[in-house]
Write a protein that binds this ligand. Structure first.
Ligand code: SF4
Length: 396
């Protein structure tokens, strides 16, 4: 089933939808929307020797040239993922004594890790998982709900494609939780990897560097996007950093400017602590790669997990090193990754609560923070697969 999904959700499927639009009767066309992840943008920037802003503008020009109507940036939807993660953590921390929801909160933006948790550990890990949707799936809600209303279209009249650093995002997009029964459509119809975008460029005979840049699109008509923006805290979304800084301020009145990571077993397993009056009051960790994830799960199973929050990612070194990113035949992997990391962090960063349009969308689209609508459109749930995989660390 996974192989079928990977061949169905591909740049070829995107091309078919664009071609069908060219011959469709008036009123029968689908609005094609592409949402690009900042990790993919950094990988393409490294490949073409461009800066991230030029890459974003030239990618927009390329997609428009082949028949895409709008090109958005998933950094925008990540503002919601980060704000909801901060709120969820504080609630769970405060309610620890009488809450069914357990600590540590385990970040859930990585579908490689979520699939492993559901398939390999039955229902054991599910209470720990953050219920916040990943930036890809928040973008799904934004495009198929908010943007569809703005365009006076039903969600099935929009074909929504995301550009992502990994193949596992295709499986995330196809989860039944993100399918609308009413309109028989998914929040994200098709996921293409960075490598598949590169193939599309090659097949179209286009070199990104030679394209004239186009202005960036914005989901919110009141916001004009001049250049891409991103978040602090590393190439996997900055969950640990944002939740930590917010929790330190909100729960203990401490302002943390810079986060100091302490490596544990290796550079992919690091921790951060906050002390007050000589006591550790917050204990966070980042665990990347299956070796470290297995170690974390063992700690949890033995009741010896000291953490309040863990940013868990399946790929060693995180999303910038995802399996769908571009490889450079003549450049060692480590050197290329460093280049991609530099390009990723060259973008202007902003605090999610200050990002233009976010407060307005909470008010007008979601009917307020913590509302039933925000719960439905920004959160999800998980399902234990009782037939456990026998092999720890198996990728799917
Ligand atoms: Fe995908 Fe890897 Fe990032 Fe997980 S860590 S979301 S598998 S790129």
């Amino acid at each position: 089933a996974e192989t079928v999904l990977i061949t169905q959700q591909s740049h070829e499927e995107l091309r078919k939808v664009i071609d069908a639009n060219k011959t469709a009767a008036p009123g029968q066309q689908r609005l094609v929307v592409v949402s690009v992840s900042p990790q993919s943008r950094a990988s393409l920037a490294a490949q073409f020797g461009l800066n991230p802003t030029d890459t974003a503008r030239k990618l927009t020009a390329f997609f428009k040239k082949i028949g895409v109507h709008y090109v958005f940036d998933t950094s925008f939807s990540r503002n919601f993922s980060l704000l909801e993660s901060q709120r969820e953590f504080v609630q769970r921390f405060r309610g620890q004594a009488d809450s069914q929801q357990a600590l540590p909160v385990l970040a859930s933006a990585c579908p490689g890790w979520i699939c492993y948790a559901e398939k390999t550990h039955g229902s054991f890990l599910i209470p720990y998982l953050s219920t916040v949707r990943s930036p890809q799936q928040v973008m799904g809600s934004l495009v198929k709900d908010f943007f569809a209303q703005q365009q006076h279209l039903t969600p099935d009249r929009i074909y929504h494609v995301t550009v992502m650093p990994c193949y596992d995002k295709k499986l995330e997009a196809s989860r039944p939780d993100f399918f609308s029964q009413d309109y028989q459509t998914r929040d994200v119809d098709c996921v293409v990897t960075t490598g598949e975008v590169f193939k599309l460029l090659e097949e179209e005979g286009v070199s990104l560097s030679e394209l004239e840049p186009a202005p960036l699109d914005s989901l919110c008509s009141s916001v004009s996007a001049q250049e891409p923006s991103s978040h602090r805290g590393g190439g996997s979304g900055g969950y640990l950093e944002h939740v930590f800084q917010h929790a330190a301020r909100e729960l203990f009145g401490i302002h943390v400017d810079e986060i100091t990571y302490r490596p544990l077993r290796n550079k992919d397993f690091q921790e951060v602590t906050l002390e007050k009056e000589g006591q550790i009051v917050l204990h966070f960790a980042a665990a990347y790669g299956f070796r470290n994830i297995q170690n974390l799960v063992q700690k949890l199973k033995r009741g010896r997990c000291p953490y309040h929050y863990v940013e868990v990612m399946a790929c060693p070194a995180g999303c910038l090193n995802g399996g769908g990113q571009l490889k450079a035949p003549n450049t060692p992997g480590k050197e290329l990754l460093q280049r991609v990391e530099t390009l990723y962090s060259m973008v202007r960063t902003e605090a999610p609560e200050d990002a233009p349009g976010i407060q307005e969308l909470y008010r007008c689209w979601l009917q307020g923070e913590g509302s039933e609508r925000a719960g439905r459109l920004l959160h999800t749930s998980y399902h234990a697969v009782e037939k456990a995989s026998s092999s720890l660390g198996i990728r799917w």
